[in-house]
Design a protein around this ligand. Sequence first.
Ligand SMILES: [Zn+2]
Length: 331
Amino acid sequence: MNVIDIIDKLASFGYVRPNKVSGNYYQIHCPFHNNGNERRPSCGVLLHDEYRNGVLYKEGWFHCFACGHAASMQDSIHKILQERGINQTGLEWLKMNVPDFEEDADSDILIPKDIMNQVTNKYALEYIQERTSSPPQEYISENELEKYRFVIPYMYERKLTDEVIAAYDVGYDAEWVPPGRTKKVPCITFPVRDKNGNTLFLCRRSVKGKMYNYPKDVTKPLYGIDMIPKGTSSLLICESCINALTAVSYGYPAVALLGTGNTYQVKQLKELGMQEFVICCDGDEAGKAATDKLMRALKSIAIVWAIDMPNGKDLNDCTKEEFDALYENRG
Ligand SMILES: [Zn+2]
């Protein structure tokens, strides 16, 4: 959709009063408070899709930092029409007034409810300021991913299968030079994707020395969230991507924390609607602490089990038979 055209169309009906384009927003005088007569424009309409902290905000998203209105283009128009007693839905209006309007199949994928509940006016203000000043989230391009699509014997040594390598787009980068260094560190690349399959960043694991690297300042989401099979009710939670992929190749739907877990990942886990989680952290102190923390965080929304990983081991060290036995004895 062309957001600017739609807003201008709405303006021609007298439904909104646009101000100016600022960053990725079209600033408008909010139609939802002060009878649309607010003096300074406090409402922003997103011009293009944006991804922020793991949440996709669709183009046309309205957000007013004065009254807190936050909804999609379609729903916002619906509300405008309703308030004027016009018997037409937002979708009908769009189809009638915007010549090339195409119904977005995803149009009802909005901000998850529990995030929405946290949207206070202060939050909305920060949110709008941050978004008008920073460029939209960019994904790792298909061209870049294409460069890493090699399979090396090391992947098989780490128990990755061809199926898993293809599905998770595991790659190899022989040319990588870590920031601040001069020598190349050949590494395996794991695209970390959002639930829609867009690649947010790469997790790299050096072939020698098992060193993991992530870009600076990223909030780690659940690795593998886009690959959980439909209808999954029991999910395995691992620390590293290698462990999650080993679990998948052994037949267990799994995600990885890319570490020992953060609050954003706990939020994502809660939103999955799982009946059961099985935590499979590494057999060390950090793994035990992470297991306890996750158990406490998740036990109110699902049945939570933990696998007792032997000291010094992780899932990738286990054969399928060994892991099946550990899984059987989860407690
Ligand atoms: Zn408002």
